[in-house]
Ligand binder design. Structure first.
Ligand SMILES: [Zn+2]
Ligand SMILES: [Zn+2]
Length: 390
């Protein structure tokens, strides 16, 4: 990306955040926009795709504190849009430097006719940060991060699973291996900028740098472009990658897979892939952190007399002892039979007992229950003893 683009593009506006937004706010805004405009979510919607690219680009700069600082500085310096467009940089003419900027400082002692060694050097230094003939503008651009989503079954998420993810995204061209040049040839250094990607121009006393027109800021020229990628070094490819989801991942969690994102231009490193995991509900199990929860239906008699019930876990069944006199709604804990923890071991299985009331009984059972009710009274049990002031 060239400095000119930086000056023309408002990444903060793109993400809908303020210029002093925290890294967290930037990340949040980006995730939402990337999700809403993701090509997989809105296939064929070109505007969404453009937007997706734009927010990815904005995020790539603003999420990197060093790049963000450079971006902020560049824009501050050129606030007012004095750069490049019309007569170049015009100090004091309603743009350029802020009011407090003492222009004498840059020109040093010999303010008049400073020419070389003056403003040009200052800007040159800014633009070539990173040093050498191939400065910041020509450094190959790392591929964008890619966001995608997947939905896992409850048990898969709890136990960990390997899933194939199908994604359409730019990848290094297989024909030219990302160089952009036809196989057997290679890009040559741009003679106009000597590979720097920027050129200096002098306007009277002021010199300034702007992206090289010849190579469009890349620093190299391709005489014989690869036909398969038209010289970009990148092809859109649908690929299926196999992603290992660790055990215990929760609904809405985001997993980072380094280097699995978009290919960088002309052999630059790839971005990262972020997979947001959705976990579907289970008929039996629920989750509370690392603990697995379930509701165990029991009869009144089972609670009173006690019993042992076989209940499912993520890994086979386990016998749960319901002690005599267990109250309805009590939670029984089975240690170590919950969700595997990243740190090793597992959470607990929490079994909530819940009385199932028969909607209908046969005469025999009804009579037995009536006899029981009498016997219960005789034994002195009052369900509402001490209740509501009674
Ligand atoms: Zn190619
Ligand atoms: Zn050039």
């Amino acid at each position: 990306m060239s400095q000119r683009e930086w000056i023309e593009k408002d990444f903060y506006k793109e993400l809908g955040v303020s210029a002093d937004a925290s890294q967290d706010e930037i990340k949040k805004a980006y995730r939402k926009l990337a999700r809403d405009n993701h090509p997989d979510a809105r296939p064929g919607d070109n505007r969404a795709e453009e937007r997706f690219k734009a927010v990815s680009e904005a995020h790539a700069v603003l999420s990197d504190p060093a790049k963000r600082r450079e971006y902020d500085e560049t824009r501050k310096l050129f606030a007012g849009g004095g750069f490049g467009r019309g007569g170049g940089f015009q100090p004091g003419a309603g743009g350029g430097f802020s009011q407090n900027f003492d222009i004498g400082d840059i020109f040093g002692t010999g303010a008049a006719g400073a020419g070389d060694g003056g403003l040009g050097d200052l800007l040159g230094g800014l633009f070539n940060r990173g040093g050498g003939p191939r400065g910041a503008a020509s450094r190959p651009r790392r591929g964008a991060d890619v966001e995608t989503e997947t939905t896992l079954g409850f048990r898969e998420a709890a136990q960990g699973v390997t899933v194939p993810l199908r994604m359409t995204s730019p990848a290094p061209c297989t024909t030219c291996h990302g160089s952009g040049a036809k196989p057997g040839t290679s890009p040559r250094t741009c003679p106009n900028c000597n590979g720097a990607g920027v050129v200096s121009r002098n306007q009277g006393a002021f010199g300034f740098s702007e992206p090289c027109d010849e190579c469009r800021g890349t620093g190299s020229l391709i005489d014989d472009p690869c036909v398969d990628c038209r010289g970009t070094g990148v092809q859109n490819r649908t690929r299926t990658i196999t992603v290992r989801i660790p055990p215990g991942v929760g609904d809405g969690q985001r997993i980072r897979l380094a280097g699995q994102g978009e290919a960088g231009l002309r052999g630059a490193p790839s971005g990262d892939l972020f997979v947001t995991v959705h976990v579907s509900q289970d008929k039996v199990f629920g989750r509370n952190g690392d603990d697995l929860t379930l509701v165990l239906p029991v009869s009144y008699a089972e609670l009173v007399l006690g019993t042992t019930v076989s209940v499912p876990t993520l890994d086979g069944r386990v016998g749960v002892k319901v002690p005599p006199g267990t109250a309805d709604g009590r939670i029984l804990r089975v240690r170590g039979r919950g969700v595997p923890k990243r740190s090793g071991g597992a959470g607990d299985l929490l079994v909530t007992v819940k009385v199932a009331v028969p909607p209908k009984l046969d005469d025999n059972a009804v009579q037995a229950l009536q006899r029981y009710q009498e016997a219960e009274k005789t034994s002195g049990f009052d369900p509402r003893a001490g209740w509501a002031g009674a």
